[in-house]
Design a protein around this ligand. Structure first.
Ligand SMILES: [Zn+2]
Ligand SMILES: [Zn+2]
Length: 437
């Protein structure tokens, strides 16, 4: 190594949200640039706009807003960097960022800034190198990537959000890399974090739905626009197809439906068996007679149904149509709300998870009497899998643990230090700059 390489942690350090890491050597490369969504006010990465203009390239690991949401700001402020990403990610951010800009009118960027970003993208295929960058399937959502970055003779491996296990739609991420530096996520990095099998979770989901219907209630599943929503949909659809669950309309509200179309257009990035089902057309899982979109603004057509399963954004209840449903269904105990993804601190989802008896929505207090359940259909690897992934990376000198609450990142770093004794395992603080060995 001739030049020193440093990484500055501008976000996503000891927190889940606003992932943003600046790699500086002879060139400046930014790894992701997201926002941190919260009930009150959003938080942004600690990046100076003068700095943004000097960035040579940007790696976008996947479409979720905690990785992509701040990018158009950079382009609004004159950033001209090439943005390396996959095609599904580019298609997804096109709708996701536009939606975000609409919801945050005034303070945020405009459509034309998103266009600048889209025009700056360089599309990557898994496994094919371009200008020192190689991306591989990360198994987290469609198009998500693990990135290998060569910079000044130093190799950085950035996991983005990682899932080793195959899901209904996606293959899991593969193991076996070589790198000098590993930047690894730790959403479920604690030893206590152990995911049940997909089969157990789906069985649980179905029995909760059945019980709710028997009591005359409806099922509400808050979901991220991308990822879990599509997985749950396919799970439920399969059960109805096989007769294990009675036929029930599944309502898709918010971005879930738009995103579903993008999934179908990018079927090449899904499992082979799904591609096959699409091609054999009469078994296309994306075209089910069970899927519906609400027709009225007040969603009365949904509430009128005897039974219904509602998938609505946002996944942590910090906004979106899901709140309309919580207001209406929340006070009645026969209904069930099922949390399926990670609930960050400071969100209504987290409050529910911790047993809140009421929620404040649009200044109105909503009593929470409906059943709140968890079915962890995670798009993230748990502790054991994260350790397994890192164990299979050869040649490590630096292990930097990010994208997790402090205790979780710490526990993962400790476990990885024991395996890679010669490397330095570290949990960077927000704003910290680290010189790579
Ligand atoms: Zn993600
Ligand atoms: Zn993330």
């Amino acid at each position: 190594m001739t030049e020193t390489t440093t990484i500055r942690f501008l976000g996503g350090a000891e927190e889940v949200g606003r992932s943003c890491f600046l790699v500086e050597g002879t060139k400046k490369t930014l790894l992701d640039c997201g926002v941190k969504l919260a009930e009150e006010e959003e938080e942004f990465p600690l990046i100076e706009m003068a700095e943004a203009r000097k960035i040579d390239s940007i790696i976008l690991s996947h479409a979720h807003l905690d990785h992509s949401g701040f990018l158009p700001y950079l382009y609004r402020e004159g950033c001209r960097a090439k943005c390396f990403t996959t095609k599904p990610t580019r298609d997804l951010i096109q709708v996701l960022l536009a939606d975000y800009a609409r919801l945050n009118e005034g303070s945020a960027y405009k459509e034309k800034d998103i266009l600048k970003l889209l025009k700056s993208t360089t599309l990557m295929e898994y496994g094919k190198a371009k200008e020192g960058v190689v991306m591989h399937n990360a198994g987290h959502i469609i198009g998500s990537a693990i990135t290998e970055l060569q910079t000044d003779g130093h190799k950085i491996l950035y996991t983005g959000d990682l899932n080793l296990r195959p899901t209904r739609l996606l293959e899991g991420a593969r193991k076996g890399y070589e790198a000098d530096t590993l930047i690894i996520e730790s959403t479920y990095g604690s030893k206590k974090d152990k995911h049940p099998s997909l089969k157990d979770v789906s069985n649980r989901l179905v029995s909760m739905a059945k019980e709710t219907f028997a009591n005359g209630g409806k099922v509400l599943i808050p979901t991220f626009a991308i990822g879990r929503g599509q997985e749950i949909l396919f799970m439920l659809e399969n059960y109805m197809r096989s007769g294990a669950l009675e036929e029930t309309p599944i309502y898709l509200d918010g971005m879930v439906n738009k995103v579903l179309r993008i999934y179908r257009h990018n079927a090449l990035y899904l499992k082979k068996e799904i591609q096959y089902r699409i091609l054999s057309s009469d078994d296309d899982p994306f075209k089910s007679e069970h899927y519906f979109v609400p027709k009225t603004k007040d969603r009365s057509d949904v509430f009128e149904q005897e039974r219904a399963i509602i998938l609505a954004t946002s996944g942590m209840l910090n906004g979106g149509p899901v709140l309309t449903y919580v207001k209406k269904l929340g006070p009645h105990k026969e209904n069930t709300l099922i949390l399926v993804g990670f609930q960050a601190k400071g969100t209504r989802g987290r409050e529910l998870e911790e047993g809140a008896e009421e929620l404040t929505i649009d200044g109105q207090i909503v009593p929470i009497n409906l059943g709140v359940e968890r079915a962890n259909i995670s798009g993230h690897s748990d502790h054991v899998d994260l350790v397994d992934f890192a164990r299979n990376v050869k040649g490590l000198k630096n292990i930097l643990v990010v994208h997790g609450e402090p205790e979780k990142s710490r526990e993962l770093a400790d476990a990885l230090q024991k395996i890679h004794k010669k490397a330095r395992a570290h949990v960077p603080k927000l704003g910290e700059e680290i010189e790579l060995r």
